[in-house]
Design a protein around this ligand. Structure first.
Ligand SMILES: NC(=O)N[C@@H](CC(=O)O)C(=O)O
Ligand SMILES: [Zn+2]
Length: 427
């Protein structure tokens, strides 16, 4: 028995919209029929989902997430994190290695993959670290980690401080045909500041994280990427200066790609209501000028893809306040509706653009065979109700943590059915 998804709205990157019937059989997309053709599918013996008026999209892909397992299961685990992802319409997620232990050995990669197979409801692809224990001192065994199934190398959570270490990592990754994914942060410019160096920090007498602490690494690394020929991917771009450097590097044919998070597209330091750690994340919320720069960068292709940086932390941890709480906010369950409401419904972006940056484009950047509704591809499908306006409610959050600044926001564009590898994993 398969699943017929009838009369759904499909959209491509050029925003061409068509109404289609999609048949899922086993874990594959078996048939796609143009509804205008008048061919009425034989649905007998199949489950039927009426998607009339709803968006039928390839399952969303999120290349930057923190699932916290192993080691920080009080914040999230693979069971809760993948269910939270499914609620947000994500069917493929790439998990960051800043767990405990960090993902720096084949054993830990295997642990994640085994756990994902038993506890997870969507596809989990791990990153391995660049350096052992993310300490920046010694490279991990890149070849063995690749063999075990990592999609790239990153010390996300911290920057790789040594240029020589980064260059060695890039050269090794390039020789294996693998990407380096960089959390860009120079520790000599940031000493534990909780927010951006700007108006909020000044008003509250706080130290601030300057834009240069991110951009200096971007500048350094695009030069190293040029020298080594590696595919270099920049995490959570937040500053105008980083955008400038990435744009320039792309003009010179350097193999650089980049990602941006919904919160950096939507919020600036001026929106932070007070000393509430649900507004604390790394990189921090910057100035309206930076927000404008990352929006333009996504629009002109300088920034390639949208990721959430889903970073769960418990309420107790966040209650420690702006100074002491850990950095990070949730991402999965509000990403699409936030961007649909604030960019598509306002006429700034087409629906096709938003969907492309959350599906096909991330698949292309990382060479994954997902993000498409083509016949024969894996049946990862997200059905989205584009009409219902609903508030973000804390009680409805599926993640084990609740740390998001978006509680109470009235949004439209809610995933209502998520199908991963042919199975309904959220409805
Ligand atoms: N982004 C964050 O604020 N926090 C992330 C680390 C990271 O992605 O850099 C985390 O692990 O909590
Ligand atoms: Zn990071």
């Amino acid at each position: 028995m398969g699943i017929w998804i009838l009369n759904g709205l499909t959209v491509d990157a050029n925003n061409v919209q068509t109404t289609k019937h999609v048949l899922v059989e086993n874990d594959k997309i078996a048939l796609v029929v143009d509804a205008l053709s008048g061919d009425v599918p034989q649905t007998e013996g199949h489950e039927v989902i009426d998607a009339a008026g709803k968006l039928v999209s390839p399952g969303f892909i999120d290349m930057h997430v923190h699932l916290r397992e192993p080691g920080f299961e009080h914040k999230e685990n693979i069971a809760t994190g993948t269910r939270s992802a499914a609620r947000g319409g994500f069917t493929t997620i790439a998990c960051m290695p800043n767990t405990r232990p960090v993902i720096d050995t084949v054993d830990t990669v295997n642990y994640i993959l085994d756990k994902a197979a038993t506890d997870g409801v969507v596809r989990v692809i791990p990153y391995g670290t660049i350096t052992k224990n993310e300490l920046g001192r010694e490279l991990t065994d890149f070849a063995a980690l690749k063999e075990a199934g990592v999609i790239g190398y990153t010390d996300d959570g911290v920057g790789v401080q040594s240029a020589q270490m980064m260059k060695d990592a890039m050269a090794l990754a390039a020789s294996l045909g693998m990407p380096i994914i960089a959390h860009c942060e120079d520790d000599t410019l940031v000493v534990g500041a909780p927010v951006n160096e700007g108006t909020f920090a000044t008003k509250h007498g706080l130290k601030g994280i300057p834009n240069e602490s991110e951009a200096i690494h971007v500048g350094r690394d695009v030069l190293l990427a040029e020298a080594t020929g590696v595919h270099y991917h920049v995490c959570h771009v937040s500053t105008e200066q980083s955008v400038r450097l990435i744009r320039h590097a792309k003009q010179f044919g350097i193999k650089v790609t980049a990602e941006v998070c919904p919160h950096h597209l939507l919020l600036s330091e001026e929106d932070i209501p007070g000393m509430d750690a649900n507004w604390k994340m790394n990189p921090p919320l910057r100035t309206p000028r930076d927000v404008q720069a990352v929006i333009e960068a996504l629009e002109d292709g300088t920034i390639d893809i949208i990721v959430t940086d889903h970073a769960p932390h418990t309420e107790e941890e966040k209650a420690k306040g702006m100074l002491l709480a850990p950095f990070g906010i949730l991402g999965f369950e509000t990403a699409f509706s936030l961007l649909y409401t604030k960019f598509v419904l306002t006429g700034k972006w087409t629906l096709g653009f938003l969907v492309d940056r959350m599906t096909k484009k991330p698949a292309d950047v990382f060479g994954l065979p997902y993000g498409t509704l083509e016949v024969g591809s894996v049946a990862d499908i997200t059905i989205v109700d584009l009409d219902t306006t609903k508030a973000v409610l804390k009680e409805e959050i599926v993640s084990r943590s609740k740390n998001t600044p978006f509680i109470g926001w009235e949004l439209r564009g809610w995933p209502v059915v998520t199908i991963a590898s042919g199975k309904v994993v959220y409805s």
